[in-house]
Write a protein that binds this ligand. Structure first.
Ligand SMILES: [Zn+2]
Length: 248
């Protein structure tokens, strides 16, 4: 079992991406875990209006993100400030995420699925989502745990750290669900903090998705992930063998 409380790090491209799985964040903070959000881009591409003040939009979206995090008990929010819309999974970004992982030393890291390109037959996954996810994935492994990678981080006093669990959101291949029935209202309020991006229409849409996700397990509402167990200790191996389809 992980130490209690567990440290959990979410990494996403845009302010509002994490809120689609903020029910899980709410469940985990209620359990006493220490949750950090990291937003890679500044969200400045979140408007198509010709006269939009994009510098002001960055401030608005930061404030919305902080409020959304607070709604589910998350106080630690990091903004890396990359330009929205043109993100690349470059080494500089991987180094920055490696630095954050070594600083926080999370047991669990939550990213989106970097392999998702086509979602159903109606949505092309945003390239920023894939770029942030790819950089975070390779920050988790191998960069965070490998002493020779990014030696400049050792000079900053940041020792290697092995992440135990990787959760993928926005995936077509989920293998576990988190029961969010008790926190669905908190999740919806968290989403609605992003007033510049989301309107009331998100309420029924997300409730519908999460009800569908919960159906198989008999949960009123749930969120799904693909889970990678990167560090298998004996206790975990036993837990996995006793519960082939784990749920929380
Ligand atoms: Zn996004």
């Amino acid at each position: 079992m992980p130490e209690s409380p567990m440290r959990i790090l979410f990494v996403a491209a845009h302010p509002d991406d994490i809120e689609f799985v903020a029910g899980s964040a709410a469940v985990w903070t209620a359990l006493g875990h220490q949750v950090t959000y990291c937003l890679v881009t500044d969200g400045a591409a979140g408007s198509n209006k010709p006269d939009e003040d994009l510098a002001q939009l960055v401030h608005t979206r930061e404030a919305e993100q902080l409020a959304a995090a607070k709604m589910v008990g998350v106080e630690d929010v990091r903004f890396l400030g990359y330009p929205d819309g043109t993100l690349q999974p470059a080494l500089e970004l991987r180094r920055g995420l490696t630095r954050l992982i070594r600083e926080l030393r999370p047991y669990r890291v939550v990213i989106s699925d970097p392999t998702a390109v086509f979602v159903g037959n109606f949505y092309v996954n945003h390239p920023d989502h894939r770029a942030a996810a790819e950089a975070a994935l390779y920050a988790v492994f191998p960069s965070a745990g490998a002493r020779p990678i990014f030696p400049e981080l050792l000079a900053e006093g940041l020792e290697p750290h092995d992440v135990s669990e990787l959760y993928l959101q926005f995936t077509d291949h989920p293998d576990m669900v988190v029961d969010i029935s008790s926190v669905i209202d908190q999740k919806i309020q968290s989403l609605l903090c992003h007033k510049s991006q989301l309107g009331e229409e998100v309420v029924e849409m997300v409730r519908g998705w999460d009800a569908e996700t919960g159906k198989e397990k008999g949960y009123a509402f749930a969120e799904s992930f693909k889970v990678m167990k990167l560090k298998q200790d004996e206790a975990q191996e036993q837990a996995v063998s006793e519960a082939p389809v784990p749920a929380e």
